[in-house]
Design a protein around this ligand. Structure first.
Ligand code: ZN
Length: 467
């Protein structure tokens, strides 16, 4: 018989972990079987001692994003290859409508960048840079015809992606009607721009001022405002991107306690890195960690609160917000003016490992690890049960994870197109062993077998994660 039998591993899902064999037929999973119950005359893959988990879904990446006069340094080709090395077999990237541009034209431009270039499957959210009659109409068309069921708005970046409260409300009302999800960059960009101007006027130009001019109060305020606006839009589903701080989390938790369709993700950088240790590094070094929302103070309780939020499901998802820029020539655009440093950190390769370290440290259960990196992002964004679960009929996206292995993160070993690592020298108590995408082995025994063009566009359905 043709196919592949993954034998002897521990299959992990959000509801538990159990010894099972997984039978793959072509691009899909044919069966999950009691150990030893599979056919004998078939190619096998030994998974003894390994966790067998659904391929991870990174719901927040920005390959080739134009930002601040440059482009994110990973192309769809290099970024999805790095994702594959890290066990991520699906990315949801962001197509961009710039202000004044036709939404469908922006989408077509992103399809052109990605088509034929991806190593793993990909989908798109749509960034709306200008909410008006035309783009509101386009939302319906994208949901109905293009498989795009989530729209990102920005309360930050006035003059670039910014939407005012009236525009946000109208887009939320539209999303409520057509069943899509509004994703929000929740920072008060109008107030932040005042603080940036004042800091520069005082001669405060170092990277740490990027963080100091984006105080967590302005994330908490914007998060709360978005939650209230979504309530006025008859409980439009709202997903807060890259949540970084305790009081923003408290606002999400309060809404969730009230039974609202409010969700949030955090990112590994907020679970590990701090304003003082990284952004405050001497000289211009801190530019490596300029991202928005910014890294928060290690003297406050943010990181512990975020891990707790992951345990309690007030934080539903860990995404990377992968948006890499090289230090040389790209981050250096902000030498002498922190506000000109391109915003973003690369991490698409390291999310499984960095969240798994939380399991090794006793901060998160094995089940929550799988749920936050794979199952929930698939359900949240209309890819489930094709992605996010090991079950008959699902795509055979499977990762074998070795809990006895070790991973050292660094620029010498990573596969992202970046000249530094945000996690240089981090040691992880675990290792991605084997990566399978739609039945094709991309990584095994340290050897990479993937290729560009293997990854396909995934039209998405509506979210299946709403209350
Ligand atoms: Zn982002």
């Amino acid at each position: 018989m043709t196919g592949l039998l993954i034998c002897g591993g521990t299959v992990v899902s959000p509801t538990g972990a159990h010894l099972a064999d997984v039978l793959v037929d072509g691009e899909t999973i044919a069966a999950v079987l009691a150990p030893g119950a599979g056919p004998a005359d078939i190619e096998t893959l030994d998974a003894a001692g390994k966790y067998v988990i659904p391929g991870a879904v990174d719901a927040h990446t920005h390959m080739e994003l134009p930002f601040g006069g440059t482009f994110a340094s990973d192309t769809f080709e290099t970024g999805t290859r790095a994702a594959a090395f890290g066990g991520t077999t699906t990315i949801i990237d962001f197509a961009v409508q710039r202000t004044g541009e036709v939404v469908q034209d922006g989408l077509a431009a992103w399809h052109a960048k990605a088509a034929g270039n991806c190593h793993v499957d990909y989908a798109f959210h749509m960034i709306l840079g200008g909410v008006d009659e035309d783009s509101l109409k386009a939302m319906d068309q994208l949901v109905a015809d293009e498989g795009i069921t989530s729209f990102k708005l920005f309360m930050a970046y006035p003059g670039v992606f910014y939407s005012d409260d009236g525009q946000i409300l109208r887009a939320m009302q539209k999303a409520r009607d057509n069943g899509s999800v509004i994703m929000m960059h929740a920072e008060n960009g109008i107030a932040i721009d005042v603080l940036i101007g004042q800091a520069l006027a005082r001669g405060e130009t170092d990277p740490i001022h990027h963080g100091l001019t984006r105080p967590e109060a302005l994330e908490a305020e914007a998060t709360s405002r978005a939650i209230y606006l979504a309530e006025v839009a008859r409980d439009c589903p709202l997903y807060i991107g890259h949540l970084s701080a305790s009081r923003a989390l408290a606002a999400v938790a309060q809404a969730r306690d009230a039974g609202r369709n409010v969700f949030a993700e955090t990112c590994p950088q907020y679970l590990y890195l701090t304003l003082e240790d990284q952004l405050g590094a001497p000289g211009f070094e801190g530019a490596k960690w300029v991202c928005s929302t910014p890294l928060r103070s290690g003297h406050e309780n943010h990181r512990a609160d975020l891990w707790r939020g992951l345990r309690s499901n007030d934080l539903a998802v860990v995404s990377t917000d992968h948006c890499p820029f090289c230090f040389k020539e790209q981050k250096e655009l902000g030498l002498g003016d922190f506000s000109k440093i391109p915003n973003g950190i690369g991490g698409v390769e390291h999310r499984l490992d960095l969240v798994y370290q939380g399991v090794a440290d006793g901060k998160l259960s094995l089940q929550r690890w799988v749920e936050t990196i794979s199952t929930t992002p698939a359900r949240m964004f209309g890819l489930y049960p094709r992605k996010g679960v090991i079950a008959p009929g699902s795509d055979a996206d499977i990762v074998l994870y070795d809990p006895t292995g070790r991973t050292t993160i660094g620029v010498e070993t990573h596969h992202m197109n970046m000249d530094y690592s945000a996690y240089e020298g981090y040691e992880i108590a675990g290792r991605v062993d084997t990566v399978i995408s739609r039945g094709t082995v991309l990584l095994s025994g340290g050897a990479y077998h993937g290729r560009k063009g293997h990854g396909r566009y995934l039209p998405r359905g509506l979210s299946t994660y709403l209350v």
